[in-house]
Write a protein that binds this ligand. Structure first.
Ligand code: FAD
Length: 505
C-alpha cells in the first residue's frame, strides 16, 4: 500500500539513470516519493530481439520530432520508457578518468574543471558499480583512475573471434582493456542470441535504471511510480523561488502535486526544455536560468562507427562488446592532444547493416558482417554556449555544431591504422549525427558560480532551493567516456546529501 502519495514529500521527474538511481538512494528514508514518468514499461516481447523492427522499422523510436538550426525536422533516437534511454544502452559503465575532473586542454578548446575532483565521487562510483552490478578488470587500462574497491565480478570474457583481435592489438603494443559492463552474460545468453547494445530488453540480464535501481524500490511503500505521466510545467511560489507545484498530464487529464522537493531527471534535453517552458513573470528566461545557461552547452560526444573487414577473418561472435582502448585518451600517444576512447560496438549483423544500406542485397551484407569487426570511436565534445536547445512553444530546436572534430578524425585514423595492422585491409567509418543524441549532457550544468552555472555542486538550483537536476544535464564536461555511471554516482551522492542535510525525518 502506498501511503498518502497524493501529498508526496518529493517528486522525481523521469525514471532514467538519474531519476531511478535517485529514487533508490532515497528509498530507505521516511520520505514519500512520487516518480512521474512520461513513458510506460518496456514489454517483454519478441520485438525486443527483432533487428529488422529495431533498426530498419525503428519500431521503438518515438514519433517525436526535433528541429535543427536550419529548421529541418529530424527524429531523435531518444527513448521514453521506464528506465529511460538505459533500456537501450550498451551497459558500458565506466568511471570518468581522474583527469576528466580537472581542466584539460584539447585540440579544439578547453574542457573545464568540475566543481569537485575525482576523489569526491570515488566512493559513489563504488556504490553505483555495486548497484548496477558492474563486471570489470581495472588492471589493463593505462588510464584507470585509483579505486578503493575492486570490481565485485570478473570481466565478461571475449568470445573466441574477438579474443583474436584483442591479441593482435596487444602485439602492436596497444593495451586493450575489458569493458566495465552491467550485464550478467550467463543470464543474457540463456534467453537471447543478440547483442545488448541498442537492443531493448525486459529483465534479461542487462542492469539498467529499471532492472537495477528502480526494481529495488518496488518493495518500499514510500515510493510510487506513475507511468504515462508527462510533466508539463513547474510553478514557483508567488513570494519566492520555491517550486510550489508540479503540473503533469496523465490519461488526457491535467493533474498537479505540491511536494517539498522536486528532483528533475527528464534527460538533458527535456529537463532543460521543461525549465525554459516553465518561465513566468518573475523568471522570464525560464527557471534556474539567471546565468542564461539553461539549454546551452549541449554536448553529445563525437562518435564514429569503424568497421574492419577481411575475408580471412571470421566473426562468429554474438555480442562482441567486451574490450576497449584508452591508449589515446589522454594524448595521441606522442605527447599531443587527447583524442578519446575506442570500444567495441555491439555486433553489427547483416540485418543491422541493411537499415543503413537498404538497396544492398542481404547475402552481401551477411557476408560482409561475417568477416568484419565493429568499433565505436568516441571523442570529447566541448561545452559551447552556442550549442543549445531552444523552445518555441513545445517545439524543440537543437543547435549543435560539432567541435574538437580534428581530434576525433585523428582518433578514427589511429583506429583504422591499428585495424589495418591487424589484417583488416578494408576499413570503413560512419559518424553518428544529431539523430543519435545518446550521450546528451551539459544543458543545466553545475558549478561554483551562480552567475555562470544553474546548479551548485549538489545539483541544486542556485535560484530554487527545493529544485535539483540529476540527469546528464548537470555535467560541466562530457569527457570521452560513456556517461551513465557518472550520472548514477552523482545521483547517489546527491541523495545522500538530501538525506543528511535536508529532509531526513
Ligand atoms: C543506444 C544507446 C546506447 C547507449 N550506450 C551507453 C553505454 O554503453 N554506457 C553509458 O554509460 N551510456 C550509454 N548510453 C547513454 C545512456 O543511456 C544515457 O546517458 C542515460 O541513460 C541518460 O540518463 P538520464 O537519467 O540522463 O536520462 P534519460 O535516460 O533520458 O531518462 C529521462 C527519463 O525521463 C522521462 N521523461 C522525459 N521527459 C519527461 C517529462 N516531461 N515528464 C516525465 N518524464 C519525462 C523519459 O521518459 C526518461 O525515462 C546509451 C544510449 C543509447 C540510446
Amino acid at each position: 500500500m502506498h501511503r498518502d502519495l497524493n501529498h508526496p514529500d518529493i517528486v522525481i521527474i523521469g525514471s532514467g539513470i538519474g531519476g531511478a538511481t535517485m529514487a533508490f538512494g532515497l528509498a530507505n528514508s521516511d520520505l514519500k516519493i512520487l516518480i512521474l514518468e512520461s513513458g510506460e514499461q518496456m514489454p517483454d516481447s519478441p520485438d525486443n530481439d527483432d533487428q529488422q523492427k529495431i533498426f530498419s522499422q525503428q519500431h521503438f523510436k518515438p514519433d517525436e520530432v526535433w528541429f535543427d538550426k536550419d529548421n529541418k525536422a529530424f527524429r531523435p533516437g531518444n527513448y521514453y520508457y521506464v528506465g529511460g534511454n538505459s533500456k537501450f544502452y550498451g551497459a558500458v559503465l565506466a568511471r570518468y578518468r581522474q583527469e576528466d575532473f580537472e581542466e584539460m586542454i584539447h585540440e579544439g578548446g578547453v574542457s573545464p574543471a568540475w566543481p569537485f575532483g575525482y576523489a569526491e565521487l570515488e566512493p559513489w562510483y563504488c556504490a553505483a558499480e555495486k548497484l548496477y552490478r558492474v563486471r570489470g578488470d581495472s588492471q589493463a587500462d593505462p588510464t584507470e583512475p585509483p579505486r578503493s574497491h575492486p570490481y565485485a565480478f570478473a570481466a565478461i570474457e571475449d568470445e573466441a573471434d574477438i579474443a583474436i583481435v584483442r591479441r593482435r592489438l596487444q602485439k602492436q603494443g596497444l593495451s586493450p582493456y575489458s569493458l566495465p559492463l552491467a550485464v550478467d552474460i550467463a543470464q543474457w545468453s540463456q534467453s537471447r542470441k543478440v547483442p545488448w547494445d541498442a537492443h531493448p530488453h525486459y529483465f534479461n540480464g542487462k542492469f539498467d535504471a529499471e532492472t537495477a535501481a528502480l526494481s529495488l524500490t518496488a518493495s518500499h511503500s514510500n515510493i510510487q511510480l506513475l507511468t504515462g505521466s508527462k510533466v508539463i510545467r513547474l510553478k514557483t511560489a508567488a513570494d519566492g523561488g520555491r517550486i510550489e507545484e508540479v503540473v503533469y498530464q496523465r490519461n488526457n487529464q491535467t493533474c498537479s502535486v505540491r511536494p517539498q522537493l522536486v528532483i528533475l531527471a527528464a534527460g538533458a534535453v527535456h529537463s532543460a526544455a521543461l525549465l525554459l517552458k516553465s518561465k513566468n513573470a518573475r523568471y522570464p528566461n525560464g527557471l534556474a536560468n539567471r546565468s542564461g545557461m539553461v539549454g546551452r552547452n549541449f554536448m553529445n560526444h563525437n562518435c564514429t562507427a569503424v568497421v574492419g573487414f577481411s575475408h580471412r577473418y571470421c566473426n562468429r561472435s554474438v555480442y562482441q562488446k567486451t574490450f576497449g582502448l584508452n591508449d589515446f585518451y589522454l594524448s595521441d600517444g606522442a605527447g599531443g592532444y587527447p583524442l578519446g576512447n575506442i570500444q567495441l560496438l555491439g555486433r553489427v549483423s547483416g540485418q543491422i547493416l541493411k537499415s543503413s544500406l537498404p538497396a544492398a542485397p542481404g547475402f552481401a551484407l551477411n557476408y560482409f558482417s561475417r568477416h568484419s569487426i565493429d568499433f565505436y570511436a568516441m571523442s570529447e565534445d566541448l561545452p559551447s554556449p552556442d550549442n543549445r536547445i531552444q523552445l518555441d512553444g513545445d517545439k524543440i530546436t537543437l543547435h549543435w555544431e560539432r567541435n574538437n572534430w580534428a581530434a576525433h578524425t585523428r582518433l578514427v585514423k589511429k583506429l583504422s591504422n591499428a585495424l589495418k595492422k591487424c589484417g583488416f585491409y578494408f576499413v570503413m567509418s560512419k559518424p553518428f549525427d544529431k539523430r543519435t543524441p545518446s550521450h546528451q549532457c551539459g544543458t543545466v550544468r553545475m558549478g561554483i558560480d551562480p552567475e555562470r552555472d544553474p546548479l551548485n555542486s549538489y545539483c541544486q538550483a542556485w535560484e530554487h532551493e527545493n529544485l535539483y537536476v540529476v540527469d546528464a544535464s548537470f555535467m560541466p564536461s562530457s569527457a570521452a567516456v560513456n556517461p551513465s555511471l557518472t550520472i548514477a554516482a552523482q545521483a547517489l551522492r546527491v541523495a545522500d546529501h538530501i538525506m543528511q542535510h535536508r529532509l531526513a525525518k
